[in-house]
Design a protein around this ligand. Structure first.
Ligand code: KG4
Ligand code: ZN
Length: 348
C-alpha cells in the first residue's frame, strides 16, 4: 500500500469511456467501456455515435471502477477529466460528468490534456517519470515528439505529424488490405508472418532536404498512398497480394521513421529516456526497434503495457494524482471542453 492522493479520472475524448482510480502511483481500478464495435462498419469513429455511447456507459463505468477499487466516492481527493484535445461532443460528456461528480462531492476538478495524460500513465507501471524525458505519442489522432521536464507544468513540442497520425495510417492501410477496424493490432499480427523487406515503401520526411525543415516531424500520407498504388498495380497485373508482406513492409516503414526520429530528438537534447505512449505504442515491432536503436545510442526506453497505452481513465487519474501531489491549482468549475486544447496546456 503506497500513499498519495486518491483521484478518479474520466476519459471520453474518442470512443473509449474510461474511468480510472489511482492512489499516488498505484492503480486501483481501470474500467473501460468501448464503442469501437459500433464504429467498425464505418471504418472510423463516428463522433455522434461515440457521444451517445459515452452517455450510456458513464454511470455504470464509474460504478464498476469504484467497486473494483474498493473505495467510497467520498474518499477521493479530486476528480480529473480529459478536457481536450478530442471529439467535442465526446469530451463534453466526460467534462459534464466530472463537474457533476466534483460538485456533488465538494472536491476539486482538474481538466487535463489528453496527451499529457498519455505521458503520465507510465508512472503507474514504472514509477516516477525521468525528468527530462522525450515522449513519443503515437495514436489514431496524434503523432508527436515532446520534451517533458515536469508533466504537470507543460511539455514542449519538438515535432508532430504534418498529415495523418501514425495510427490513422495503420487503420487506413488495414482497410485497404481488407483487415478489420481498428487496423493497428491486425497489421501487427499479420506482419509477424510477413517479410518486412519485401517491398521498399517510402520513409516520410527522411531525405536530406525534408530533414532540414522537418527533422522531428512525421508524414504518413505519402506512405499510405504508396501502399494503395502498389496494391492496385498488383491487382491490375492479376497478381494475388501477399497481405503479410505488405503489412510487414508498411509497418517497417512507420517504425523505422518513428524510432529514428525519436532517438535523434532525444540525442539532440541530451535526453537519456524515451517514453512511448498512445495506441500505436502497443505495436510489437515498434517496441522492439525502439529498444534496439535507443540502447545503441545509450538511451533507455519506457513503454507502458498495451492496456495503458490505448485510451483509458487510469492515465487521466495518474496525471490528476501528480497534479494534486505537486500542489497545482485545480480548474474552475466552468471549465470548457476544448477539442483543440494545445499540448502546452496541461490543465485547462
Ligand atoms: O491511443 P488510442 O487508443 O486512441 C487515440 O487517441 O487515437 O490509439 C488507437 C490507435 C488506432 O489507430 C489503432 O489502430 C492503433 O492505435 N493501434 C495499433 C496497435 N494497437 C492499437 N497500431 C499498431 N499496432 C498495434 N498493435
Ligand atoms: Zn489517445
Amino acid at each position: 500500500m503506497t500513499d498519495g492522493p486518491l483521484v478518479l479520472g474520466i476519459e471520453t475524448s474518442c470512443d473509449e469511456t474510461g474511468v480510472g482510480i489511482v492512489r499516488g502511483h498505484t492503480l486501483l481500478a481501470d474500467t473501460v467501456a468501448s464503442s469501437v464495435e459500433e464504429h467498425a462498419r464505418f471504418g472510423g469513429v463516428v463522433p455522434e455515435v461515440a457521444s451517445r455511447a459515452h452517455l450510456e456507459a458513464m454511470v455504470p463505468t464509474i460504478e464498476r471502477a469504484v467497486e473494483t477499487a474498493g473505495i467510497s466516492l467520498h474518499d477521493i481527493d479530486a476528480v480529473a477529466v480529459t478536457s481536450g484535445p478530442g471529439l467535442a461532443g465526446a469530451l463534453l460528456v466526460g467534462v459534464a460528468s466530472a463537474k457533476a461528480l466534483a460538485l456533488g462531492l465538494g472536491k476539486p476538478i482538474y481538466g487535463v490534456n489528453h496527451l499529457a495524460a498519455h505521458v503520465a500513465v507510465d508512472q503507474l507501471e514504472h514509477g516516477p517519470l525521468p525528468e527530462p524525458c522525450l515522449a513519443m505519442l503515437v495514436s489514431g489522432g496524434h503523432s508527436s515528439l515532446l520534451e517533458v521536464h515536469d508533466v504537470t507544468v507543460g511539455v514542449e513540442p519538438m515535432g508532430a505529424t504534418i498529415d495523418d497520425a501514425a495510427g490513422e495510417a495503420f487503420d487506413k492501410v488495414a482497410r485497404l488490405l481488407g483487415l478489420p477496424f481498428p487496423g493497428g493490432p491486425h497489421i501487427d499480427r499479420v506482419a509477424r508472418s510477413g517479410n518486412s523487406v519485401a517491398i521498399d515503401f517510402p520513409r516520410g520526411l527522411s531525405n536530406r532536404r525534408d530533414l532540414e525543415r522537418h527533422r522531428f516531424d512525421f508524414s504518413f500520407s505519402g506512405l499510405k498512398t504508396a501502399v494503395a498504388r502498389w496494391v492496385e498495380a498488383q491487382q491490375r497485373a492479376g497478381i494475388t497480394i501477399d497481405v503479410a508482406d505488405v503489412a510487414a513492409s508498411f509497418q517497417e516503414s512507420v517504425c523505422d521513421v518513428l524510432t529514428r526520429k525519436a532517438v535523434d530528438a532525444a540525442s539532440s537534447r541530451g535526453i537519456e529516456d524515451i517514453l512511448i505512449g498512445g495506441g500505436v505504442a502497443a505495436n510489437s515491432r515498434l517496441r522492439a526497434m525502439a529498444e534496439e536503436r535507443a540502447s545503441a545510442a545509450g538511451i533507455r526506453v519506457r513503454v507502458p503495457r498495451p492496456g495503458l497505452c490505448t485510451d483509458n481513465g487510469a492515465m487521466v487519474a495518474a496525471l490528476g494524482a501528480e497534479l494534486v501531489a505537486r500542489g497545482r491549482t485545480p480548474s474552475l468549475l466552468d471549465l470548457p471542453a476544448d477539442s483543440s486544447q494545445p499540448i502546452t496546456t496541461v490543465v485547462a
